[in-house]
Design a protein around this ligand. Structure first.
Ligand SMILES: *[C@@H]1O[C@H](CO)[C@@H](O)[C@H](O)[C@H]1NC(C)=O
Ligand SMILES: *[C@@H]1O[C@H](CO)[C@@H](O)[C@H](O)[C@H]1NC(C)=O
Length: 563
């Protein structure tokens, strides 16, 4: 058995209780929702949305009310979850605009020398599956899903993610084209160019326009490829019933457990509740919160399907289930008719993309492992996505890497103890990056009953909102720098309404401690190549997944298996 430092605190008694539930090694099911807000879930206080399956996980396991994503946006957040390391350590701390990987065919991805939970589980003889989404296929035997992300462009409302960020794009392109035509016309008129020169110049002006439109309208083809292992099985993706497809794949993977002796690690990375919203018929128009609510309820249903499968196969007792969201709700997200299509972050401020705001990083999280994790417990002390790798390693008695900094800790002792976690919380200190800049930090002294959060920078919200256009940027004019930093006791003031006065003794002592820990954190960083540098992000045609070249169109034959 691997002994982790926190276990030592509890003595041998806890060390053996429950961990060895039978002789069978436990299975692990990790479910990661996309952009789900903490205010969107019944057991986290939403009384008008129906999430009975998540609520069931809360009753049968632990509810983590202070669980933090390592980044407020999907790609870096997921990479951190898979590796237990801050995105900045693994080349996943982006620079402003290019904060997610935009092209399936780009060379950007999790660096191959990083070690994922999948690799740790494989080493222990686990069969590993990753259903949907990219965080690196490293360590996974089986893959099914959209390797990039769900984008508005895959929906049927003719929306486009580039146009959403740059609404003036069409006018700009038109201006480039018209300007070019006029320019060439005058050159020709003035006999400064010949016919050949004019054509060359015209095509020079036209080609960026054509390229941008090709990227915009080709989005479903470029990025909407569904893959099963290394094969493109569907292109462009058909989002209708895609959730059902994923559920079918997940169940199929779980079922292999009963056919072999191999325990499994399955990562279900859901496309929901990211736009394009696409709830299937049984859920359409059924929730009280529009198409977004329908989506949440369908997502909950899909989780229920997986939990039922575990029950049917008698695996529930011996499966560690973890549910989380990759980041907070996207408060700025709206449909073409102005309807709200992003998540709700409850009492927490700000949202997705805002590195230091709890609305962007405090994510609804539930853990169930019958007999080990106390049923119905509520964990209020700060925990993190970073803890997933060490905790899962603890569950399966695998070995996390020791040759690099792992920022997470094994929180099983905390989960076993429930909320009476003494003498010390798992994290005294957590930093919150916005892109590659530290915007905020959280310090938990003593037993965790107080949590001090400082903001060095906060986004400049549009008046009357807690968002900025489509996304808040991380630098320059988009932020307000705070000197002295803003400080809140977020355990007692979760909505960050009453800053602690810099004149108080508490402020002085806490800031001093935070600055010391921050220095230590900065010293522990080793410079690495960024996966977000522009050269890595540009699409590479030779890496473009394409079925039935040159049409790049196909339908997954397994779809017909859906009832
Ligand atoms: C429940 O979730 C919906 C959808 O995001 C939201 O509009 C509503 O305000 C939430 N209700 C509560 C009480 O948080
Ligand atoms: C934690 O420490 C505070 C202050 O030191 C104390 O008031 C509180 O009772 C402690 N909480 C627990 C659960 O022991």
């Amino acid at each position: 058995m691997v002994i982790h430092c926190h276990l030592a605190l509890f003595g041998t008694l806890l060390m053996y209780s429950g961990l060895t539930s039978g002789d069978e090694p436990p299975n692990v099911l990790l479910i990661i929702a996309d952009d789900l807000g903490i205010g969107d879930v019944g057991c986290f206080g939403n009384d008008t949305i129906r999430t009975p399956n998540l609520d069931r996980l809360a009753t049968e396991g632990a509810k983590l009310t202070h669980h933090l994503a390592a980044a407020s946006i999907c790609t870096p957040s997921r990479a951190a979850l898979m590796t237990g390391r801050y995105p900045i350590r693994i080349g996943m701390a982006p620079k402003n605009i290019f904060r997610v990987n935009f092209f399936l065919s780009s060379a950007s991805g999790l660096p191959p020398n990083e070690i994922t939970i999948g690799e740790i589980a494989k080493e222990k003889g686990y069969r590993t599956g990753l259903i949907d989404r990219r965080s690196g296929k490293q360590g996974f035997d089986y893959f099914y899903g959209l390797p990039l992300t769900n984008l508005r462009d895959f929906g049927d409302e003719c929306e486009n993610v580039i146009r959403a960020k740059l609404p003036f794009i069409d006018n700009l392109l038109l201006a480039v084209l018209l300007g070019g035509v006029m320019f060439v016309y005058f050159l020709k008129k003035a006999q400064m160019v010949g016919r050949f020169g004019a054509i060359t110049l015209l095509s020079l002006f036209a080609s960026p326009v054509i390229l941008v439109y090709a990227i915009m309208y080709g989005m479903p083809y470029w990025n909407g490829a569904v893959m099963r292992n290394l094969d493109v099985v569907e292109q462009p993706i058909d989002l209708t019933r895609f959730t059902e497809m994923m559920v079918a794949e997940g169940k199929r993977f779980i079922r292999t457990r009963s056919e072999s002796d191999q325990p499994f690690l399955l990562v279900m990375s859901l496309v929901q509740v990211h736009t394009a919203l696409h709830a299937a018929d049984p859920f359409k128009g059924k929730s009280r919160h529009g198409s977004y609510g329908d989506e949440v309820e369908e997502m909950d249903w899909s989780i229920g399907q997986l939990l039922d499968e575990l029950d049917t196969l008698g695996l529930a007792k011996n499966t560690f289930v973890y549910f989380t969201s990759d980041n907070g709700g996207h408060v700025e997200e709206k449909g073409i008719h102005g309807d709200r299509q992003g998540g709700w972050n409850g009492i927490y401020r700000g949202g997705k993309g805002q590195g230091g705001m709890d609305g962007g990083i405090r994510v609804p999280t539930l853990i169930r492992w019958p007999g080990v994790v106390k049923a119905g417990s509520v964990i209020d002390v700060p925990t993190s996505h970073l803890d997933v790798l060490p905790t899962v390693a603890g569950v399966i008695e695998g070995k996390p890497p020791t040759d690099r900094v792992i920022d997470g800790v094994d929180i099983l002792p905390l989960l076993k103890a429930g909320h009476h976690y003494l003498p010390s919380p798992p994290h005294h200190f957590l930093v919150h990056y916005c892109c590659d800049d530290i915007h905020s930090a959280r310090y938990t002294p003593g037993n965790g009953s107080d949590v001090y959060k400082v903001h060095f920078a906060t986004p400049k919200w549009d008046v009357g909102t807690e968002g900025c256009g489509l996304f808040c940027d991380c630098y320059g004019n988009a932020i307000t720098q705070h000197d002295p930093p803003l400080m809140f006791n977020i355990a007692r003031d979760p909505s960050e309404r009453s800053p602690i006065s810099p004149k108080t003794e508490t402020y002085r002592v806490m800031l001093q401690e935070i600055e010391k820990l921050l220095k230590q954190h900065r010293r522990s960083l080793v410079p690495v190549d960024s996966e977000f540098n522009r050269l890595k992000l540009v699409p590479r045609p030779w890496l473009q997944p394409c079925c039935n070249f040159p049409t790049c169109s196909c339908r997954d034959s397994k779809r017909s298996g859906l009832k």
